[in-house]
Each structure stands twice: as structure tokens, then as C-alpha cells.
Design a protein around this ligand. Structure first.
Ligand SMILES: Cc1cc2nc3c(=O)[nH]c(=O)nc-3n(C[C@H](O)[C@H](O)[C@H](O)COP(=O)(O)OP(=O)(O)OC[C@H]3O[C@@H](n4cnc5c(N)ncnc54)[C@H](O)[C@@H]3O)c2cc1C
Length: 429
């Protein structure tokens, strides 16, 4: 049986970034285990592609995601330049439709500076100033954040994999972790095809399946997770320039971890509307699963297990779910949500669906959505759960933070090595 020092489960942006840092810093035998035929096939490719500036993240509730996003912005910019990958600083307009929402924008300016941003990058505009910049937007006021960029995170993952491989990381593709044996000593990882490997330390970066993997290690048994599919519609070419910046609206339900559909620009020149947030049974149900509302709600009741069941008693949650479901079956309903701030938009401007992606928020034992990333540890395993948006933005800095935590816990006692790096590990605080 092949033996490794460190086995990372999941070749998304998170697992690949962690493998990059460890292989760059240590003489250790590192392996990434990925069930698909390449890295970055799931959420790391199926997202909105925005490099978010963290003005909209409450530093008291989402401190790790916010800090990582702030630190990673320039790291990704350097990476894109070195690798010749598209990096377009198109900016984001976050719009308020009334005075109540405007108050939240004022809060955002404050959060942004607390999260490290310079105030000059978070301009608060009145409706006239917004219309001057973007004539097709109608709103009460908006934040204009010029640092937001658009990229292709799937390509970022694949290029980072090449760097990690150059450092010696092995990528075991088409290997699905099925179970774990020998938990008390060196964990033995058993794949679906019954092959096995042993590793001193296992790092769980399995994205939508990370809770299941943690449970294999006897952790997080009281937690559950839900899966929400985010769907997009692509604007036909002649409408792609209707607005030349991303447009987000202040969320109507800030206590739930999804935003209303927005107008987004893609790095290949397309424009899209999305994502909504439709509950689906698995982290990879990219299509299907709609019917009539009664069947939908009863199926939802079946798939919601454990602590997540408590959410069914929350009328606001159920209201939101019904609205999201409608925007899944009806393009018109989805587009109408964006018409609230881009009135010229019409359903007939959109004839093709974009690539859907799935968010998997973790539900705490008392039935609440967990707001930040959750790290759990056993002596020989480390688990990263709830690594949701803006996780793609924050991956370079957050993965360095994970490596620093492992160092502090004494879990990386290998000879260090000096390899050229795209980013400077020491300066990431
Ligand atoms: C609709 C949507 C829009 C988003 N928009 C943005 C955005 O604009 N900006 C941003 O910063 N973030 C965004 N995000 C969030 C971001 O995409 C994620 O935080 C990030 O990609 C998570 O990366 P990951 O590596 O944890 O997960 P993944 O990319 O899902 O990787 C996990 C990997 O683990 C593998 N795996 C799982 N189980 C096993 C197993 N048993 N054995 C082997 N392999 C396994 C999977 O195949 C997968 O490749 C968005 C997310 C969604 C869903």
C-alpha cells in the first residue's frame, strides 16, 4: 500500500491551493485525491467568477472569509499576470432600492474599511451619480467598488495544479474516497475501486461532500448540510453591454447565505443573470428536480435531515424557498428580480441557461446557517467545512492560513525547502 505524509481529499481550488503551499514549503510526500478526471470540475468552475472585495461581509460574522478575500485580491492579480490568464477589473455596483437598504450600504462602507479596504475603493453614490455611470441602472443609491474583478476560477485551479505538480505533489484522479480505516493511527483511505493508501495526515477539502468526509472521521455528527443550486441565464450578444459592471442588490434576507440574482459579466465577454438558490438533494444535482410546488416541498422535507429540519419551521426560510423555486422553473420570474434595478432587461434577451453551481451551507446543531468557515481537527486529520462564497476569491490566503494553523499544531514537522513561489508565504498575516 502506497504511503504518503499528507493526503488532501478534493482537488477544488481549496485542496489544490493547500497542496501548492505545502509542496512549496516542505520536503513532504503530498497527494491530492480527486474523484473526477481533473481538478476544479465542481464548484471551483461552477461559480460567478468574481474576485470579490469584502465590503459586504460582516467582519464579526465572516471574519476569515473577509480577511482572506482582502489578502487574496492582489495574489490572484499577480497569478493571472504570470500565467497570462484573463483578469478584468470591471467593478461592482451594489444597489439599494430604498432608504432601509441604503442604511445597509452605509454599514457596508464601514465593514469594508474594517476588512482592510481603502475607503476610496468603496464609493457611495446617489441615484444621479449611478445613472451617470450606468444609464440603465435604476436605484435609490449604490456602492461602487472598482476593485472587483472577473476571472475563470476553473482555469486558475488547473494552472495552480501544474505549479503544485512541479513542486512534487501527486494528483490521484478518478479516485473517490469511500471510507476510512485505522482512524486511531495512520488513517487508511479506501477508494470506491477498493484500492487503499495510507497517510500520516489527511486534509479534508471535499467541498459539498466535506461534511460526509468529516463524519467518516467521527466528527461533526450533530451538523447537517443543505444544497442550493444557483442557476444562470446568458444574455444574447446584442444585450451583453446593457450594463458594463457587475450589479448586485442588497439581499432581502441577510440572515440566509444567498444573494438575489445579479447582473454579472464573465471573463470571456458574456453577461449573465444569476444565481438563484434552489434546494436540491445532492451537491452535484446540476439539473432537474422541479415539478409542482407540493411535490417540491414534500421532496425538500425528505432531503432535509438532522438539524436542518428545524429550518422548515422558519416561515421566512420557507417563503424564500418558494420564491427561489419559482425562479428556477420560470425564466420570467428570475429576470423580473433583476428588472427591479435594470428595468430595460426582458426575459426574451436570454435564450440559454448558463452553468449552474451548488452551494452547500452547513447547518449548526440548533438549526442555523453557519456564517464562516468551520475547521475541525482530530490528531491525524484536519477538516474544512462551509468553505462557501467568496471562497474562490480567498483561496490563496485562506490556504496559507490553514498551513500556518497546521504548523502551529505541530502537524507539519518535515524538512523545509526553498522553492521559488508565486506568492510570499511569510507576508500573509
Ligand atoms: C453558484 C455559486 C457562485 C459562486 N460565486 C463565487 C464568486 O463569484 N466568487 C467567489 O470567490 N466564490 C464564489 N463561489 C464560491 C466558490 O466557488 C467556492 O467557495 C469554492 O470554489 C470552493 O472550493 P472547494 O475546493 O472547497 O470546492 P470544490 O471546487 O467543490 O472542490 C471539492 C472537490 O472535492 C472532490 N470530492 C468530493 N468528495 C470526494 C471524495 N469522496 N473523493 C474524492 N474527491 C472528492 C470533488 O469532486 C471536488 O472536485 C460561488 C459558489 C457557487 C456555488
Amino acid at each position: 500500500m502506497e504511503k504518503y505524509d499528507i493526503a488532501i481529499i478534493g482537488g477544488g481550488l481549496l485542496g489544490t491551493s493547500i497542496s501548492y503551499w505545502i509542496s512549496n514549503l516542505y520536503d513532504a510526500k503530498v497527494v491530492v485525491i480527486e474523484k473526477e478526471s481533473d481538478v476544479g470540475i465542481h464548484t471551483s468552475s461552477r461559480n460567478t467568477g468574481v474576485v470579490h472585495s469584502p465590503f459586504y461581509l460582516n467582519p464579526d460574522k465572516k471574519g476569515k472569509l473577509a480577511k482572506s478575500a482582502f489578502l487574496s485580491h492582489d495574489m490572484w492579480k499577480t497569478f493571472a499576470k504570470k500565467k497570462g490568464l484573463p483578469w478584468k477589473m470591471v467593478g461592482t455596483m451594489e444597489v439599494a432600492l430604498d432608504e432601509t437598504q441604503h442604511k445597509l450600504l452605509e454599514k457596508y462602507v464601514n465593514w469594508g474599511t474594517k476588512n482592510g479596504m481603502s475607503q476610496k475603493d468603496i464609493e457611495l453614490l446617489n441615484n444621479n451619480e449611478v445613472t451617470q455611470k450606468e444609464p440603465n441602472i435604476r436605484c435609490h443609491s449604490a456602492i461602487y467598488c472598482k476593485t472587483d474583478a472577473i476571472v475563470d476560477y476553473g482555469n486558475f485551479t488547473r494552472k495552480l495544479k501544474e505549479e503544485s505538480q512541479r513542486n512534487g505533489t501527486k494528483f490521484l484522479l478518478n479516485k473517490k474516497l469511500e471510507s476510512v480505516e485505522n482512524l486511531d493511527d495512520c488513517p487508511t483511505l479506501v477508494f470506491q475501486n477498493k484500492e487503499k493508501i495510507i497517510s500520516n495526515l489527511v486534509i479534508n477539502c471535499a467541498g459539498g461532500y466535506s461534511l460526509e468526509v468529516a463524519k467518516n472521521f467521527g466528527l461533526a455528527n450533530d451538523y447537517s448540510s443543505l444544497h442550493f443550486r444557483g442557476e444562470y441565464w446568458i444574455a444574447e450578444d446584442q444585450y451583453a453591454n446593457l450594463v458594463k459592471t457587475n450589479v448586485y442588490s442588497v439581499p432581502n434576507y441577510p440572515e440566509f447565505p444567498f444573494l438575489d440574482p445579479h447582473w454579472i459579466l464573465r471573463s470571456d465577454g458574456r453577461s449573465e443573470v444569476g444565481p438563484n438558490a434552489v434546494p436540491v438533494p445532492t451537491p452535484e444535482t446540476y439539473s432537474g428536480y422541479v415539478g409542482d410546488i407540493e411535490t417540491f416541498i414534500s421532496k425538500l422535507t425528505e432531503v432535509i435531515t438532522g438539524s436542518a429540519r428545524k429550518l422548515l419551521l422558519n416561515p421566512e426560510f420557507m417563503n424564500l424557498i418558494a420564491k427561489e423555486w419559482l425562479s428556477s422553473i420560470s425564466k420570467t420570474v428570475m429576470i423580473e428580480r433583476v428588472q427591479n434595478f435594470i428595468p430595460k432587461i426582458k426575459p426574451e434577451f436570454f435564450s440559454k441557461r448558463g452553468t449552474a453551481g451548488i452551494r452547500t451551507p452547513i447547518i449548526t446543531p440548533d438549526g442555523k446557517f453557519l456564517s464562516d468557515v468551520l475547521e475541525l481537527e482530530s490528531g491525524n486529520s484536519y477538516h474544512i467545512l462551509n468553505y462557501n462564497s467568496p471562497g474562490a476569491t480567498g483561496a490563496p490566503a485562506y490556504s496559507a492560513y490553514v498551513v500556518k494553523s497546521l504548523q502551529e499544531k505541530g502537524l507539519l514537522s518535515y524538512n523545509s525547502r526553498k522553492t521559488d513561489s508565486i506568492w510570499d508565504f511569510e507576508t500573509i498575516e
